[in-house]
Design a protein around this ligand. Sequence first.
Ligand SMILES: Cc1ncc(CO)c(N)n1
Length: 225
Amino acid sequence: MAEGADLFDRLVAESRDDWAAYVDHSFVRQLGNGTLPARAFRHYLVQDYLFLIHFARAYALAVYKGQSLADMQAAFTGLKAILDVEMDLHVRLCGGWGLGPADLERATEAKATMAYTRYVLETGMRGDLLDLHVALAPCVVGYAEIARRLAADPRAAAEDNSYRAWIAEYSGEAYQQVAAGARATLDRLAARSMTQQRFPQLVTIFRQACRLEADFWQMGLTGAF
Ligand SMILES: Cc1ncc(CO)c(N)n1
């Protein structure tokens, strides 16, 4: 581990297997090379809309738990990125299949969606702001990293890759900025409340979130058939 690595990199370094199972999941590979079955992507995206509703609540909890205006601004930025930007992607893509926002909101929530979102909310309610942001981090920083890697492969932008809009959104500058902000927030909170004893507990939270992310991809693959 390089000297001066940020908290996010330190958490990944302690979670290698769970991190790899998440970011290299076969759903991700198939998304990148365009071979992912349309039904799997659609099932995933509808569930992801429900996921984002609860993640927005988790960011709202982070606003509430803020101990300074800087804390509140950071959480509010995450909240707005979901409600004003990310969910638009879902509405646009699902609209192409004839599904409107009301249909999405009415969809039956999969157990993987419940497990992940409620885990993050519960972690945030029980713990402090650092616990909550560690639980949120695999999501935002993970997707930024996944999409950046996929975008480096020419197959990601190929005309015939149906998933190129998804890859472009998460590899785009705006989302990459949100992820960079999430990393910076972790470091700012760690400077305030991190201790040597606390680090293993944060690793546990981080690993559990990574496992729930991998389960979410798996739900997309298997739940659709
Ligand atoms: C399951 C999941 N993880 C992360 C993100 C990124 O916001 C998302 N939209 N969905």
